[in-house]
Design a protein around this ligand. Sequence first.
Ligand code: PHE
Ligand code: NA
Length: 457
Amino acid sequence: MSQRISIHGQWSSRLMFILAATGSAVGLGNIWRFPYITGENGGGAFVLAYLICLAIVGIPIMMAEVLIGRRGRQSPVFSLQALAVEAGGNKAWRWVGWAGMLAGLIILSYYSVIAGWTLAYVVRIASGSLVRVTAEGASSIFAQLVIDPERLLAWHTIFMVMTIKVVSRGVKRGLEQAVKILMPLLFAMLLVLVIYAWRQGDFVQAYLFMFDSDFSKLTPSALLVALGHAFFTLSVGLGAMMVYGAYMPSGLSIAKTSILVGLLDTVVGLLAGLAIFSIVFAHDMAVGEGPGLIFQTLPIVFGQMPGGSFFGTLFFLLLVFAAWTSAIALIEPMVSWIVEKREIDRIRAAIWTGIVAWLLGIVTILSFSSWSFSFRFGGELKRHGLFDVLDILTSSIILPLGGLCIALFVGWVMSRESVVDEMGGRSGIDFKLWYFVVRFITPVAVVLVFLQAIGVV
Ligand code: PHE
Ligand code: NA
């Protein structure tokens, strides 16, 4: 068996693991992505499908991923390889790690661009230029931003430098301090928003839109989007939770911490959705606005709220921090692998990986301006060219397939004894239930969603 502590260090406590994992999970996925894809996919049934995917696929896989990482104590590629060899399996399992690193790089590339939009809004709201903005005003301000590639490039660059900075200091020293204060604050701000939306916006309609499920409206491709988002939002399927697991002290319960992180992430997404749709309906805006949704809605609310410039600035700032703690998790699988493999230092590894993601980010910047084109995927119209291609490739394809492989690996390749051992040594009813889900339910669910998305079943 490999070493008991990874060469990259270890989280200093149970709380720190929870904060780091929550920091990785809670991000733009919850506040930016979840509301807009819910809008695009018709609400209700989509949200329910997503919650089911979280329960039977996302959270069980999160546990499997943390388990692989903690047992392997290395980067995802090497942990998978070592555990495969130990179990008498094929070294080719490390390919799952490579695919995950690629997905992390691609997601980071556009994640950083969207985080750049968020930074731009911090400045706009702070300067008071969005006070009393109308729905039309907010939409046109957003439209002007995304057709300004130079400005977006500047913000994208700033965010990528921030990410490289923390990762090169080592995840632990860089991250633990920030997360401890900022995550609870973000949560509090969201509550303020929901309360405000509940009193001023169309909360009832938002609630009905999100929770009144009509399954006849659920298209096969929407189901795949729901599954993909379950992976995206929990940071699973690409090795991010695996590498965080590699830094997790032995003796902590993988099951309890994963479930807690999954629940926190879900609550944040649902709250964000409720707040945003309350605003959408109160102002007769279109639910299917796409990636601009939060940037077109939230400024209206902050523009009206007493103290809105202050709260708005704070909110977008916290969102930048949430994105930051997620970006770190996106890049860490690759950085840890380069450090182990090439024996170059972490600083260089972080800089090079960051530069590649930065370059690729330019594709996304241009997708919203000069390179924009539309195409159909699974019957849905995609309007943002290569950005949509990158998004579909990662969240709808690589993450679910990566997750499938992870479930199969823990369920069928690793020995039951080592899985039981890593899960705390007892195989009680809760263990048996999870193990059954990972071996049978999760793989079957992922395969079925795929088959129906491509029209086979
Ligand atoms: N879970 C993050 C979010 O919801 C995104 C992410 C995906 C981070 C994969 C790390 C790994 O914003
Ligand atoms: Na998330």
